[in-house]
Design a protein. Structure first.
Lengths: 260, 341
């Protein structure tokens, strides 16, 4: 591997991931440099979440290596990896109530010592992230009173509070309306432009085409295609990966993919 | 991003407001604990004066009143307070561990195992020390059994742990029923009292109090990690929490606290279930505040309930577990009805 002054935000080296006896991907190689946005596409059950959790260091891989800022997860001091990469997981039910501000402050955990309490600076960071997600007037609300889309924006705000270098997003647009889909993706594009790396699982091919610099297409049987977005996103490849025919429609400078 | 104004000034102080409120609640609970102790030491068939109390507590020589306070009422009050605190702390820990608001210290079969051990000892006609030992061994045995069965394949799912606990508890319930039906007439009452929870025989309360302090001190450094665990395993792990180690600690600590509590006062119900919920309503679900507050509130509740149990229909003594359940059932049903989901 070429050693730059600054290592890639994330690298997969001959990565093979398995679920049970099935392969999610075999010998996957890629790097995510600062500024890159890699979108993972694939049909239901292709293993997108499993792969993302492996990239987040939460799951063992069958073979190969995942390098976060140049080092395997195990080489980072315990807990420090959470300052470098953040994961937006698929939403889970909350069994205990909490306020919106408390939930956003969760993202400060990696920066606090065992006996520390969140201070005014932490609160300011959390309130700024809530404002970014349009939730500034919700700080005192109890989470169970929020709608599904508001909860999703809160989860994104908590991730922003974590301020990692690498953002791993599992279906960040779940439950969001059209306006918030675009504002969320715009925000992550801005973060990438300022030096972060973004890896996200999306279901909307056209939004992927609009925001991705690179695309990883999983075929659900262990095979994959990865490369610059314009090269990977063709009607032929997408039709094969999703098992449904798609047609490319050219509209000015952009190409839209429409199911037949 | 569409956002008009920044957060209002009122919102910026909100975590401080929450903490000030929690501080007030904690201070109130400390005062309530002192009041509960004062009531417990002074209430009873033999009226005592303030001088008797201070003499008894300062270790001076004195009258029969002083003697009664020191040798009867004080151990009992300490035992009730310590065990109430142990159960409430264990309940709060189990609710986070299992991510289930309905979890209590007994949900993993600990009280069932303790009951089998204690009733077996009573049935065999053992002395009170052996009954305690039987309860403790039974509690730890059930803990290990549930842990071993639920972790047979090395995975950890809350549902599997819960189901295993419920099944082991059901098995213990059957064994308890069998022992009750086989027991000679003279021993059934003692067995029933043990099952319902009873602090009258608690002559050695100090281990429970010491474990209460140690347990709280052990849990507090992990309180913020517990907040994350309550939000789910993936969230906690992605923020750097060593979930496996934390779960092991919570499971072991919760089981030990519960085992000592049931060994000391029997299986007192509902303290471990409702106290954490009551405290959550007051100060929210930050474990750094919830754990100490629930510990104090559980101690106050059981100390007061035990005093009531031995005075309301004196000279008859009620088993304190009956009182806590009589208070606990309606309060819990009320809480359940207004739970958001």
């Amino acid at each position: 591997m070429k050693m730059d002054a600054r290592p890639p935000v994330l690298a997969a080296d001959r990565l093979t991931v398995e679920v049970g006896r099935r392969d999610v991907c075999r010998a996957l190689d890629f790097t995510v440099q600062p500024g890159d946005t890699l979108v993972i596409l694939g049909r239901n059950g292709a293993g997108k979440t499993t792969l993302l959790h492996t990239l987040a260091g939460l799951r063992d891989m069958a073979r190969g290596a995942v390098l976060l800022s140049g080092q395997p997860y195990a080489a980072w001091p315990r807990g420090h990896e959470a300052c470098l990469r953040g994961l937006l997981a698929q939403s889970q039910p909350d069994f205990f109530s909490a306020t919106v501000l408390e939930t956003a402050l969760v993202g400060r955990h990696p920066y606090l010592g065992r006996w520390d309490w969140e201070g005014p600076e932490d609160e300011a960071i959390a309130l700024a992230a809530l404002a970014t997600m349009g939730l500034e007037s919700f700080a005192e609300r109890q989470v169970p009173t929020l709608s599904g889309g508001e909860r999703q924006r809160l989860a994104i705000a908590a991730l922003l509070v974590q301020q990692p270098r690498l953002y791993l997003l599992d279906e960040p647009l779940a439950h969001l309306d059209l306006h918030h889909e675009i504002t969320v993706l715009d925000h992550f594009r801005d973060l990438a432009a300022s030096g972060a790396g973004v890896v996200m699982v999306l279901h909307d091919i056209n939004l992927a085409a609009r925001y991705a610099s690179h695309v990883l297409l999983l075929d659900g049987e262990g095979g994959h295609v990865i490369g610059p977005a314009a090269e990977v996103l063709t009607a032929e490849r997408l039709s094969a990966a999703f098992g449904h025919p798609l047609r490319a429609v050219v509209d000015g400078n952009s190409t839209l993919f429409v199911p037949v | 991003m569409a956002h008009g104004q920044v957060a209002k000034p009122g919102a910026t102080s909100s975590i401080r407001q929450v903490r000030r409120r929690a501080g007030l609640v904690l201070a109130g609970l400390v005062l309530a604990a002192l009041a509960a102790f004062a009531w417990s030491l002074s209430a009873g068939s033999l009226p005592v004066t303030f001088d008797d109390l201070s003499t008894a507590l300062s270790g001076g020589e004195g009258s029969m009143e002083v003697d009664i306070i020191r040798s009867l009422r004080l151990p009992r009050a300490v035992a009730a307070f310590a065990c109430g605190g142990l159960l409430a702390l264990a309940g709060a820990l189990m609710q986070v561990l299992l991510r289930n608001p309905l979890a209590d210290p007994y949900v993993l079969g600990i009280s069932g195992g303790a009951a089998v051990g204690a009733l077996g000892a009573i049935l065999a006609g053992a002395a009170s020390g052996w009954i305690d030992a039987g309860a403790f061994i039974g509690a730890l045995g059930a803990t290990l059994l549930v842990f071993g069965l639920a972790h047979g394949d090395g995975s950890w799912t809350q549902t599997r742990l819960l189901l295993t606990g419920v099944i082991v508890a059901a098995g213990c319930g059957a064994a308890v029923a069998l022992m009750l039906s086989l027991a000679p007439e003279g021993r059934v009452k003692g067995m029933l009292f043990w099952l319902m929870g009873d602090a009258s025989g608690a002559t050695r309360p100090w281990p429970a109090l010491a474990l209460l302090v140690v347990g709280l001190l052990l849990a507090m450094p992990f309180a913020r990690e517990l907040n994350l665990l309550a939000r789910g395993e993936v969230t906690a792990r992605s923020l750097g929490v060593r979930v496996g180690r934390l779960r092991g600690l919570v499971y072991g600590l919760g089981s030990l606290l519960t085992a000592i509590a049931v060994t000391t006062v029997g299986s007192v119900g509902f303290v471990g279930l409702i106290v954490p919920h009551l405290v959550r309503l007051l100060i929210g679900n930050d474990q750094r505040l919830l754990l100490p507050a629930a510990t104090l509130a559980g101690g106050v509740l059981l100390c007061a309930a035990d005093t009531a149990a031995r005075t309301v229909v004196a000279p008859i003594q009620l088993p304190v577990g009956v009182l806590t359940a009589l208070i606990g059932v309606p309060v819990f049903l009320f809480l359940l009805a207004r739970h958001p989901r």
